[in-house]
Structures are given as C-alpha cells and as structure tokens.
Design a protein around this ligand. Structure first.
Ligand code: IVH
Length: 674
C-alpha cells in the first residue's frame, strides 16, 4: 500500500514517543506513561509497519529484536580506527605522560583532563546517521570489526534514535563505548545457566563478549547487557556544532539518551588526576561492574587533535591500571568435578598463595577447551588472577619453569564419580555425565541442592555430612533423609549425642515447608526459584502439578517449551512420582501459598533491600508474594514500597529521593501479619 505524508509523519512521531518513553523507563528509571498506553503506541506502530512495508525502518523501535538469527558476521571497516590506550602503572608513569603532553602543547603549564573509570567490558562502535542508529560493530583488530547491530539493538539503554528537542545532530557520528555486564548479574546469569545445564562464563567480560558474539539476537536480548558511551570516532558534522571538550561530549551523549558513566569527572591538572585515581581505587570493590583502571584524556578536543597519535594509541590519553591482583604459584593437581546436572568442570588445586590479602588455593578452570588453551599441567608454575567477587582464574603458565616429563592433561573419557562414558554434545564446550541420579557425585550435588537455604533449608546438613550419609548407604534418595534416626548418625565421624539430635530436629522442622521451596528443592532442570514460585501459585497443590500437561505449563508466564518439557518429564517418571509420595507419607507437608488479596501490600510494587534479623530475605519475598505484592529488584517511580533492612545501600536513598514509602523490618512484618 502507498502511504500518505500524514502516515509517514505519524510513524516518525511514534518512533519519537516510544523512544522517549522507553528511555525514561529503561535508562532513567522514571516511567512517564502507563504500560497500557505504551503498548497501544507500540501496537499502532506495528500495524502501520505491517500495512506499509516501506515505513518499516531498521531503526524503528519495533526492530529491537530482529526476527531471524544471522548466517554469519559481516566484517566492517571502521571509518576511523578504534585505538587502544597506553598504560601507566604508577604515579611516576602519570607524571611522565603529563610531561610529554605539556611539551607537545608548548604553551601550557597545566592541562585539564577528563577522568573516567576504565570499564572491563567490550568496546563497541555505534554509527548514527541523522540521529538514527545505522550500525553497531565490535572493535575487532581496531581497523575491521564485526557487524553486531542485531544484538546491540536489543539493549534497551541504547537509543535507536538519539533524543534531541531541536532535532539537531551531526549528519553522521561514530559513538564509541563499552558493553558490560554487572558483577551481580554475572553471578545470577551463571547460576541460572548452571541450573539449566548451560555453559557458564569465566568472568563478566567473557559473558558480555559471548553475548555479543551470537548470531541469534534473542540470546543477547536475554542477557543483562549495559552500555556506557566514552568516545567518538569518525564524524560528518554538517550544521552541528560539536562541544569543545571530552567532558562536554559525555554530557551531550547523555542528553541524547546514551548512558555515560556517572563517575566521569574533570581534573584541573595532573595532581587532580592522582586524587581521582585514589578515590576510584577506594570505590572499586563497591562498584557494581568491574573496572581495571582509570582513563585520563586531555579534555580539550582541539588539543587532542594537535597531540595526535602514535601507532595504535593516542598521545592525549592514558590508562592508569590498578596493580594487578595477581599471584604466582604451583599447580598441585587438576581434577574434574561433576555438577548437579552432570557438567564436568576442571578444578586446579595449587599451593596456597596470598593475592591482595586473600589466600587462594583453588581455581575452577572454565571447561576443557580452557585447559587446552592454557596448556596447564600438574606441577606447572602459573599466574593466578583474583578479580573482585569473581572466582580466581589461571591467567597463564610459565613454560620456562615447566618440569621435565610433564604431561598434557587428557580430556577425561569417563565420569570421575560413576565411571560412565562422558559425552560432549556437538558444538558445546561442556563435557557431561548423563548417568543422572545413579552417578554418586550428581546424587550428592542434588542432595546439597535439596537441603540448601532456599530449598528445604535443613540446618546443619553440610556437604561433608551428605557425602558421609551417601557413602555409608544411609541415604539413597531424598525420602531416606526423613527416615534417619539419631542412632544412625551417632555411628558417623564427627557426630555426638547433641549434634545428632540437632540434625534430626532440623530435618523434622524442614517438613513444614512451602510449596515453592519444595518444588525448587526437587532440582528439576530449568526450574529455579522464580519458576518454582510461579508453579506453586498456579497449581496450588502437588497433585495438580503432577497432572499438568505441557500446554497447561506453557500458559504460565515465563515458562517456555524447554522448561515445560523438563517439568512434565520429571513429574511423569514413575521414580519421581514415588519419591513425592514417599516424602508426603513421611510427613513432608509443603504449604500451598495462597494469594491473600486484602492486605495493604496486595497488588503493590515492592522492592526489598538490606538484610533482616528475624526473617530470611527469601522468606520475606515469599510472604510478600503470598499477599499478592509484586516484588521487583530495582527502585523506580513505579515502586510503591521499599522494605529496608540493615545496610540498605543506594536503593534507600533512591527511594527517599522519589518519595517512596519505606518500611522497616518491624513494620513490614506487622503488615504481613494483619
Ligand atoms: S577511550 C582512543 N575510555 O579500554 C581512546 N576506553 O585499552 C580509546 N575502555 O578499547 C578508548 N573504558 O574498550 C576509553 N572510559 C574509557 C574506557 C575505555 C574502557 C576500554 C576500551 C578500549 C580499551 C583500551
């Protein structure tokens, strides 16, 4: 169909409206429109685009997740090279850098710098033509990168069209920045991947890189990717006037709706840079993302041009790196561990070494490919890195110190626990034992999960005791735990009268659990806590769940075909049905959770922060859901209540800024009990 000018105008207006509201919601956390209104705008645009194919622009907000995975990555030459940075490792290096800058600029006694945290993420280039995102590429070798537009479009915080009231943009601009994953999201994503039996990532940077190097944009869309803009590449300026400084450029980016690091600041001279560095060093561990240093850039863009570049790095910028939290030690042995769903992870044990005040003696090596890449062997001297909250990693092997006769680590063929043949699914990096429950290691891991804090929460039943119980044949499936008697424990290493009685009593207490905890404890693949809660709310009682068909499950929000398949498979297996029956017979009595709709917190949006004295956070969350509250993770103007425990952190100040009612532990428990 041919469109009229009015229709085109409306389409462009819809782009603007949707982009603006989406920016307010996703980047500023201050929604400016009701969800239904937003959906209506979106629907209107979709309809127009389906009626008029030529009005379906690639930068339309409907195109955030394209529909088809690509066949391969296109190589794209950068219009201006993506440079790297020279490094400074101490204040002397910084003074030398400043001296070089001053000498080249001749007239200056001092020079102002833009100071920015150096994010440990993935450098990307965003090309905007007339304010619309045209292409996104990776850095590649600095000259040629790969086209990742399909993935970048899934980041809600990256505007598809720049936001400017006067509609004034350069004709074309390359905006450079960093894509990253927050530390907390990285840990959650790996936990989730573990539960789903998927590949986990070694660190947040790899997770971000892995998400961008996907042909299917749905994968990037499902990952918590963030972006900070920090630089500029090629530009066709047109009528536009560019700011004079890097710091003003960052402000401009921000006004266009691009996220920039809020910790970016200006130092009037090199001394100011040194104090900025100290300040950021102190904050480093508390930052939600990983940084590996600070970048200092001559603030004046004109001076940057006159300073120019040498080979691959500009003369006007330097990265002051944090002292590496690295230690050198010797590998004692490399063994293979079996996870709950059979994934085999290599683990290196080494001579304990103190890295930045923490003694480290183990590192999990990501997968077998990583062993091959590092070519790490037993008795090797290795460099170990400890980064923030993340598990220690072997960075490299010192081959010159390798002992004669050392042997390459062979890929295991059989499971170290049950000795069955391992499989390596085509295209996957993970080796897997498929013996399930009959593999002792997997059995022990599933017991550990069954009794864990967010599952049945059996106090005092740690890994070592579970191993003993399984080894001695005292427990073989979950129901055996509830048949244990004090005498059985007394025969075990480390148990005395009192400790045995305590454990029996906590096993007894755990029988009065809740349905979501119970479902979660069963360790069904793809069923994490959120899914378990969803199942409990929808099916109310176990017999209903046992009868649920895949269609019934697919009707539930958040449950997809893969999960529904695992769930029905689990509940139709005779062995599992018997297990559940036995557990009930032995007194395990999961309470259904009823949504009680007449509580003050029913249908309210609630965020929980901090720690609590008389109730576990997970339990508090459950209780809130039970009264029909929507428990979300971040504070926005849509939040009705913030429940703040001890050490509430930044969520509390944000809630106060937004005038959101804050409830303390006592108040929330009182409301929940009414
Ligand atoms: S500026 C010409 N600013 O560090 C200047 N880079 O080692 C090029 N990085 O590839 C980069 N945070 O991926 C700049 N605030 C920041 C940065 C930053 C992280 C990364 C970037 C670059 C690498 C250079």
């Amino acid at each position: 169909m041919k469109h009229s000018p009015e229709i085109k105008k409306r389409v462009l207006e819809l782009h603007k409206l949707i982009n603006l509201h989406s920016h307010n919601y996703h980047s500023l956390d201050t929604p400016t429109i009701e969800d239904q209104e937003y959906d209506a705008l979106f629907k209107e645009l979709l309809e127009l685009e389906s009626n008029y194919e030529d009005l379906k622009y690639s930068h339309s907000p409907t195109q955030r997740v394209g529909d088809k995975p690509l066949d391969g990555f296109k190589k794209v030459e950068h219009l201006a090279p993506m440079l790297s940075l020279d490094n400074a490792f101490d204040s002397e290096d910084m003074l030398d850098f400043n001296k070089r800058v001053l000498e080249r600029l001749l007239e200056d006694k001092f020079v102002q710098y833009s100071c920015e945290p150096k994010l440990d993420g993935i450098a990307v280039n965003l090309s905007y033509r007339n304010g619309n995102l045209e292409k996104a590429t990776t850095r590649g070798d600095g000259k040629v990168g790969e086209d990742i537009t399909h993935n970048i479009k899934t980041l809600n915080s990256i505007p598809l069209s720049l936001i400017d009231k006067r509609n004034s943009y350069p004709d074309f601009i390359e905006i450079r920045g960093e894509v990253f994953i927050r530390k907390e999201d990285f840990v959650l994503a790996n936990k989730e991947a573990e539960i789903k039996g998927e590949k986990t990532f070694a660190n947040p940077r790899n997770a971000a890189a892995g998400s961008l190097r996907q042909l299917d944009p749905a994968i990037a869309a499902s990952r918590p990717l963030n972006f900070f803009a920090h630089g500029i590449g090629y530009i066709e300026i047109g009528e536009f006037e560019l700011p004079k400084t890097q710091s003003a450029l960052l402000k401009l980016y921000n006004s266009w709706g691009l996220p920039v690091n809020p910790l970016a600041s200006i130092a009037p001279d090199i001394e100011g840079c040194q104090s900025y560095f100290l300040d950021i060093s102190k904050k480093r561990d508390t930052l939600p993302y990983e940084i590996d240093g600070v970048v200092f850039k001559v603030d004046s863009l004109e001076k940057q041009i006159s300073l120019g570049q040498v080979s691959r790095a500009p003369r006007w910028a330097i990265a002051r790196k944090f002292p590496a939290e690295v230690g050198i030690t010797i590998v004692k042995n490399i063994s293979f561990q079996v996870g709950r769903v059979g994934s085999i992870t290599p683990v290196a044990e080494f001579e304990p070494v103190n890295i930045g005040g923490v003694v480290v003696s183990h590192a999990s090596i990501h997968n077998f490919d990583e062993i091959e890449r590092l070519d790490v062997r037993e008795k090797d001297t290795v460099r170990i890195k400890r980064a923030g909250d993340v598990i220690p990693q072997i960075i490299s092997v010192d081959i010159s110190k390798r002992k004669k006769g050392s042997r390459k680590i062979k890929m295991p063929e059989i499971c170290p626990s049950c000795r069955c043949l391992l499989v390596k699914p085509e295209g996957e990096a993970i080796l897997r034992c498929t013996a399930g429950e009959s593999c002792p290691a997997q059995k022990i891991e599933s017991f550990i999960h069954f009794v864990s804090r967010n599952a049945l929460n059996i106090d005092g039943l740690g890994e070592r005791i579970i191993e003993l119980l399984v080894e001695k044949g005292l427990v073989s499936n979950f129901s055996d735990l509830f048949k244990l008697e004090q005498e059985d424990l007394l025969g075990l290493e480390g148990f005395a009268e009192k400790s045995a009685a305590n454990l029996i009593s906590s096993i007894e207490t755990s029988k009065a659990t809740t349905l979501p905890r119970f479902i979660y404890s069963l360790g069904i693949r793809e069923v994490g806590e959120a899914t378990a809660l969803n199942l409990a709310l929808n099916f109310k009682e176990i017999p209903n769940l046992l009868k649920a068909s895949e269609e019934d499950l697919l009707d539930i929000n958040d449950i997809g075909p893969v999960a529904s398949n695992y769930i029905t498979e689990f509940f139709t297996q005779e062995r599992n049905k018997n297990l559940i029956e036995d557990l009930m017979r032995l007194g395990v009595n999961p309470k259904s959770i009823e949504v009680n709709n007449d509580n003050m917190l029913s249908s309210q949006s609630v965020v929980i922060t901090g720690s609590f004295n008389s109730i576990a956070r997970s339990q508090l969350k459950e209780e809130l859901i039970r009264v029909g509250a929507r428990v979300t993770s971040s504070v926005s103007s849509k939040t009705d209540f913030l429940v703040a425990g001890d050490k509430p952190g930044s969520k509390l100040s944000k809630a106060q800024d937004l005038n959101i009612t804050v409830l303390d532990e006592e108040a929330v428990l009182k409301i929940l009990n009414t």
